[in-house]
Design a protein around this ligand. Structure first.
Ligand code: SF4
Length: 247
């Protein structure tokens, strides 16, 4: 990696946004961008893979699932443009990790503090369900993002069981020691991961903590399975751990 983390991340973001590795997802993201939802008929959709959002030297990484066809696939910013994202950004703001409560799109002034958001699949999938092959195709992008973040990363927040599995897979590939049997996902679950000390294994950055949070999908928030205080508790805990562990 050459240049500063911000330069390396900008290069990575640009490469991700040009990826066409998954024919089914390329067709789906572009179809959604062409046909549009009536409420957004006057908007230009992004219609491409969605890079991560947030500083390249963040101490917290938030891992979701994949962009929504009329959310991030429309705005081009991770978690921006749908109800899940609205919920998440409002919580990030309440716990002091974002400078404003609403993320609308490029130019809205939104800045995350110490948090980067990413997804294990960067293109909107039909029915929000990427195939195993599509997940495998996209994994190297998250690996590269983790490699840039590794020197400063202290906390990973996984949204939902799928985000949890994807985060554990990526952290193991990056050189963190994932316990066996694998820790199970739960809201509020907290697992300490040590950087690898095994000879011959790649060494990750520092020890870190993986936190589980229910995905803020309408299915969870409308039913009360995930409340605002529950979300704030996990995100606030992430901030507390990151500050305690320092740089
Ligand atoms: S899902 Fe990932 S690997 Fe597949 S086309 Fe999109 S960015 Fe590329």
């Amino acid at each position: 990696m050459s240049g500063s983390p911000a330069e390396a991340m900008a290069r990575l973001d640009e490469r991700i946004s040009r990826c066409r590795r998954c024919p089914r997802l390329v067709a789906w993201r572009e179809q959604a961008a062409r046909e549009k939802r009536p409420a957004y008929a006057d908007q230009d959709y992004w219609g491409r893979p969605v890079p991560g959002f947030g500083p390249a030297d963040a101490r917290i990484l938030l891992v979701g699932l994949a962009p929504a066809a009329h959310g991030a696939n429309r705005t081009g910013r991770m978690f921006t443009g749908d109800r899940s994202g609205d919920w998440l950004f409002a919580s990030l703001h309440r716990v002091g990790l974002a400078n404003q409560a609403e993320s609308v799109g490029v130019g809205d002034g939104m800045r995350l503090r110490e948090v980067r958001m990413a997804a294990p699949v960067r293109c909107a999938p039909p029915a929000n369900k990427p195939t195993p092959t599509e997940r495998a195709n996209c994994a190297p992008w998250l690996d590269r993002e983790l490699a840039i973040l590794a020197p400063t990363l202290r906390v990973v927040i996984a949204l939902g069981a799928i985000g949890w599995q994807a985060a554990l897979d990526a952290l193991a590939r990056a050189g963190w020691e994932v316990p066996r049997p694998r820790p199970r996902f739960a809201h509020g679950a907290e697992v300490a991961l040590a950087r690898s000390a095994r000879p011959g294994r790649r060494r990750a950055g520092h020890d870190l903590v993986l936190l589980g949070c229910f995905h803020p999908s309408p299915h969870n928030t409308f039913t009360g399975r995930l409340t605002e205080p529950m979300t704030d508790e996990v995100l606030g805990r992430a901030r507390e751990i990151a500050e305690r562990m320092g740089r």
